[in-house]
Design a protein around this ligand. Sequence first.
Ligand code: FES
Length: 101
Amino acid sequence: MPDAVQLKKLTVLPHGLDIMLPAGSRLTDIEYETPERVIPFGCRSGACGACVVEVIEGADALGESDDDERDFLEDLGRSEGSYRLACQCRLHGPATIRLAD
Ligand code: FES
């Protein structure tokens, strides 16, 4: 019998949407769970900047950003605070994010 898929909770502000995603999912995979595009995205490869989010809680659950992500966020003027590219984050525990302005 295969192991059960572990689900982790992602809360998206300002929607206040709580959604369960399989552990290890990219945050942009939320699109497979809802009919709406909750998190904007484009390239899904960390190159367009459409998916910038601010991590409110659970930064450790999203893993470390790599140099490319940090450099790109700096180019976007998002090097302060807890900004991440949703397409580059994998959900390993409960987290709360806010869509960037
Ligand atoms: S979708 Fe393009 S950077 Fe995330």
